[in-house]
Design a protein around this ligand. Structure first.
Ligand code: ZN
Length: 279
């Protein structure tokens, strides 16, 4: 029951985050009713209900029937799901529950903002680092000893390596924002968790670029037309922040461990080769 209410609250939060993402760095305040992007007509109170309004209006403006980006809907649902997962994992410890709900909200903003502008907002990274500091203090009070030192060292090391890569490549391989984001994300995880989420981010990123390239090739072959799919190379054009964030949530919420994963993959391969040799 708690995760369900957390989902509903997350959807409302997602609706607010949509406004934050849209108005961040534009100098517009966060109050004031939202407008239709096309005709500028003010949204009615009923149209502000998360999820529901998008479904009822079938993704179109009530006045000019122009399409409303499905991004708003996706952000609301995703925030809802993440809030539910956080509630399910941390509801026994209200402090961590609240803390990680804030972390989710900040990361949703970073994810979409980086996707749209290939920029990771400094304010969000700063707030995340403050949350990480609160998390470390909590662990310290709870009696976590030397492991905390390892965790902090791993996060600083990861962030430092990527900052060096940024410096050496003059921002072509990796953005400085990615290096900055790695610090708070690493501080929330154990040393092996930090390794896991970075490796996962690379795997997912490579997979994504591969799938986009493949889809584009197939689409070109099928229809002799240019599709407006995003054109990516493995250069800095691809925002890396979203992949880091997905990797982070896989480790935090699904406890994916890269060492166990590669170990079981190696075991399975060995077993297959062994079976094949026995034949
Ligand atoms: Zn309109």
């Amino acid at each position: 029951m708690i995760p369900f209410f957390a989902f509903l609250f997350g959807c409302i939060m997602g609706s607010f985050l949509n406004v934050v993402i849209l108005r961040l760095h534009t100098g517009r305040s966060l109050n004031g009713r939202s407008h239709c992007m096309s005709c500028g007509s003010q949204l009615r109170a009923i149209d502000l209900v998360p999820l529901f309004s998008f479904l009822v209006l079938r993704g179109r403006c009530r006045d000019c029937t122009s399409r409303i980006s499905s991004r708003y809907f996706i952000v609301e649902v995703t925030t809802g799901i993440l809030f539910a997962l956080i509630a399910a994992q941390f509801f026994a410890i209200p402090f961590l529950w609240a803390l990680f709900s804030i972390v989710v909200a900040l990361l949703v903003v970073v994810f979409v903002y980086d996707l749209r502008h290939t920029i990771i907002p400094n304010e969000a990274v700063l707030l995340l680092t403050l949350c990480a500091a609160a998390f470390l203090s909590y662990q310290y009070v709870q009696g976590a000893g030397i492991s905390l030192v390892y965790n902090i060292a791993a996060a600083v090391l990861a962030s430092g390596i990527f900052a060096t890569l940024w410096l050496v490549s003059r921002g072509r391989w990796i953005g400085l924002g990615d290096a900055k984001l790695m610090l708070p994300l690493g501080l929330f995880l154990s040393a092996s968790g930090t390794l896991s989420f970075i490796v996962l981010a690379f795997w997912i990123g490579t997979l994504y670029v591969g799938v986009v390239a493949l889809t584009k090739t197939i689409a070109k072959r099928l229809v002799h037309n240019h599709f407006s799919l995003p054109r990516y190379t493995m250069r800095s054009e691809v925002p890396f922040g979203p992949f880091l964030i997905v990797g982070f949530f896989l480790v935090l919420l699904a406890h994916v461990d890269i060492l166990t994963l590669t170990q079981s993959f190696a075991d399975a391969t060995t077993r297959l080769v062994y079976l094949w040799l026995l034949k």
